[in-house]
Design a protein around this ligand. Structure first.
Ligand SMILES: *[C@@H]1O[C@H](CO)[C@@H](O)[C@H](O)[C@H]1NC(C)=O
Ligand SMILES: *[C@@H]1O[C@H](CO)[C@@H](O)[C@H](O)[C@H]1NC(C)=O
Ligand SMILES: *[C@@H]1O[C@H](CO)[C@@H](O)[C@H](O)[C@H]1NC(C)=O
Ligand SMILES: *[C@@H]1O[C@H](CO)[C@@H](O)[C@H](O)[C@H]1NC(C)=O
Length: 394
């Protein structure tokens, strides 16, 4: 039984909860069923994924310090609560419910834990959602406001809190009704496109907020304040993510008064790339678009209400022996023609596998023509298709 802070439990619909495990028993069923249709951060795969299918539902958060010390990359942590697998089930009896806890200490050393749960439950009451992974920890999500995590797992204890979301919760595509892309995508011509367009979801509860991290990992403390982000993703057909998605780029940062994220995903055997761009300034959404384009197409003039991802430079990633981009430029053009640009430069890889690279580094940018602001960001290149990156020569 995982104890959640009584203070947090008490906030949920006024119901006093000593333990989130009992929430289902204490909330009237009519309230639960009504809330389930509304909560932004809910369990999207219903019934929840099992060992007999390849569905997956996962709740992600990342937090990073404002800056590194002594020339090291900024301290950071990512916690992902999983139901199911993305890159393949490691063994037939691998646990269905688990979490990964990865990051870097302030001296640059990395840590990586996988903690197994005996079960998992995600319950929504009104707009709030609580998740419980017995043996790992729990979370409480208030979309557009806060995300709190408590970890109590072998080797890892402590709490992470993201407060004061700087922008509203959102789906891709500027819709308030659907976490998938299908309303905006062309008819799928392959089964992989069909999964990407209609069965892969993205719901961002906290586009950016103030993070406080207080963990003890293997006896070593990890304590910092900085920025944080939280989203929820799912794949609700029995198709292993890594059999469908050839590559996927994602990144997010809070830079000055701006917060942004991007996602670009290409399925196997398809020319289609789904792109989403999100940019907000002081709680005002400047762009929230999704689009499907032929992979690799580039035109001289970037269309309005789009964002564009450009890779530059090369770093030979040590553990995986893969060449990864040194960084990315993300260009946003709004519907009114205004331009914003952010440059992401890798300082270190937090996760370095042949099919997956998670990077921490510097981000600088803002409105084109105005002085650039700088900050720390986190981004990833998920590459089940083992696409080869070759830097353009200067
Ligand atoms: C960095 O800090 C961690 C946590 O305190 C420690 O386990 C590790 O040995 C340190 N690494 C170096 C190279 O000092
Ligand atoms: C991708 O585009 C190329 C060139 O237009 C075409 O030959 C190929 O059939 C397309 N493939 C798919 C999967 O649409
Ligand atoms: C989102 O859609 C609403 C309603 O159609 C529209 O008023 C708003 O301008 C859109 N916002 C963005 C950032 O595209
Ligand atoms: C990132 O920013 C820090 C602080 O401004 C600077 O010391 C460091 O050199 C930068 N690193 C890269 C890779 O740009």
């Amino acid at each position: 039984m995982v104890q959640i802070w009584p203070m947090l439990g008490a906030r949920i619909a006024g119901v006093m909860l000593a333990s989130i495990d009992v929430v289902g028993a204490m909330v009237p069923p009519h309230l639960l069923s009504r809330a389930a249709a509304q909560s932004f951060d809910r369990q999207y795969v219903v019934p929840q994924p099992t060992a007999n299918d390849d569905k997956a539902d996962w709740w992600w958060m990342n937090a990073q310090a404002e800056a590194g010390v002594n020339g090291n990359p900024p301290a950071n942590v990512q916690v992902i609560f999983y139901m199911g697998y993305l890159l393949g089930r490691p063994s037939a009896d691998a646990p269905e419910f688990y979490a990964t806890i990865t990051g870097l200490f302030s001296n640059g050393s990395d840590f990586s834990y996988t903690a197994d749960a005996t079960k998992a439950s995600v319950t929504s009451v009104g707009s709030e959602t609580i998740g419980s992974w017995p043996g790992v920890g729990s979370f409480l999500s208030t979309p557009g406001k806060s995300f709190d995590v408590v970890i109590s797992a072998p080797g890892v204890e402590g709490a992470i809190s993201i407060q004061g979301s700087v922008a509203p919760a959102h789906y891709a595509c500027n819709t308030t009704t659907s976490a998938v892309f299908s309303d905006f995508a062309p008819a799928a011509s392959t089964s992989e496109e069909s999964v990407l367009f209609s069965h892969l979801g993205w719901a961002v509860s906290i586009p950016g907020g103030r993070a406080s991290v207080s963990l003890v990992l293997g006896g070593s403390p990890l304590t910092f304040v900085g920025t944080g982000y939280h989203d929820q993703n799912f794949i609700d057909t029995s198709d292993m993510f890594a059999d469908v998605i050839s590559q996927w780029f994602f990144g997010t940062a809070q830079v000055g008064e701006y917060v942004f994220s991007y996602l670009s995903a290409t399925p196997f055997g398809s020319n289609a790339t789904v792109t989403t761009g999100y940019l907000a300034r002081n709680d005002i959404v400047l762009q929230n678009q999704c689009s499907v384009s032929a992979t690799g197409t580039s035109t001289e003039t970037q269309a309005t209400n789009t964002n564009k991802l450009t890779r530059f430079g090369v770093i030979h990633s040590e553990a995986s022996a893969v060449d990864v981009p040194q960084g990315y430029t993300i260009d946003y053009v709004l519907s009114n023609g205004e331009r914003y640009s952010f440059t992401l430069t890798e300082q270190a890889e937090v996760v370095d596998l042949d099919v997956y690279h998670r990077s921490i580094g510097n981000v600088s940018g803002g409105k084109v023509g105005e002085p650039a602001k700088t900050a720390v960001g986190l981004w990833e290149w998920l590459n089940p298709g083992k696409n080869v990156y070759v830097a353009k020569s200067a």
